[in-house]
Design a binder for this molecule. Structure first.
Ligand code: BTN
Length: 243
């Protein structure tokens, strides 16, 4: 796949930048990285703290032929690709918290934010954003426990090596996902799921549902067994908490 790179010292958000660019043609990949983001975006409208020259702020733009309806599970597959790309550089196991937080133990190593544009039925343009804590030289205030990759690796290579590993895995995963959907990634996802078979709380807006996390279905929806039976929770504006 032809790769087109945009590298910035400073930018508002690598995701926002690629969303503003013209659509990419099929089988090409547009990539944006920055040393520093002034308005890094997280999931659920949150901010993503992005201090200078410490971490990875990476976004990739690609066309998916499968259309919006086929994209269920993409964020889980991206999580799998990132965890597998970074695992060789970490002495501790990299886990996933549904849908796509990268975790080491109880702490957050990174996250994925997917943004898309397109119409039902047609191909769509997808921006995959990945933030990974690598060194976190200046520690900002972050509202949840976090960890950086260098804490888990005695000899960490430079960020270029890590970015290359991430881009290669995400490119390969995306091509396969576009052809075959989420199912080839389901088992690999479950192997890393940190709350599998545990009691969790899922909350969206004011509502919270508790239950046992019984894995995910073929579209990436979380299966939660509750007092009312099994509920399927789609990747969307919800958040998960260990019970
Ligand atoms: C999360 O909330 O866990 C997702 C965080 C995603 C952050 C990355 S950093 C690169 C890309 N650009 C952004 O503005 N956000 C994503």
């Amino acid at each position: 796949e032809p790769l087109q790179w945009s590298v910035f010292a400073e930018i508002d958000s690598t995701n926002a930048y690629l969303m503003q660019q013209a659509p990419v043609s099929s089988d090409s990949l547009q990539i944006c990285v920055a040393e520093y983001q002034t308005a890094g975006r997280g999931r659920r409208g949150r901010q993503w703290q992005s201090p200078f020259a410490s971490n990875i702020y990476l976004s990739l733009k690609r066309q998916f032929r499968c259309g919006l309806e086929g994209l269920g599970g993409l964020s889980l597959a991206v999580g799998v690709a990132c965890a597998e790309a970074l695992q060789p550089f970490s002495q501790r196991e990299i886990g996933l918290k549904w849908p796509n937080d990268l975790r080491i133990g109880e702490q957050k190593l990174g996250g994925v934010l997917i943004e898309l544009s397109g119409e039902a039925g047609g191909p769509c343009q997808v921006v995959i954003g990945v933030g990974v804590n690598v060194r976190m030289r200046s520690a900002p205030t972050i509202d949840q426990p976090w960890i950086a990759l260098h804490q888990c690796s005695p000899r960490l290579p430079g960020r270029n090596t890590l970015v290359r590993a991430l881009v290669e895995q995400i490119a390969r995963m995306s091509a396969q996902f576009d052809r075959e959907g989420f199912s080839p990634f389901r088992q690999r996802y479950l192997q890393r799921d940190v709350y599998l078979d545990q009691r969790i709380d899922i909350s969206s807006f004011q509502q919270t549902i508790s239950g046992i996390h019984h894995g995910v279905d073929e579209t990436g929806s979380l299966l939660l067994s509750t007092v009312n039976g099994v509920e399927r929770i789609q990747v969307g504006d919800v958040s998960l908490r260990g019970g």
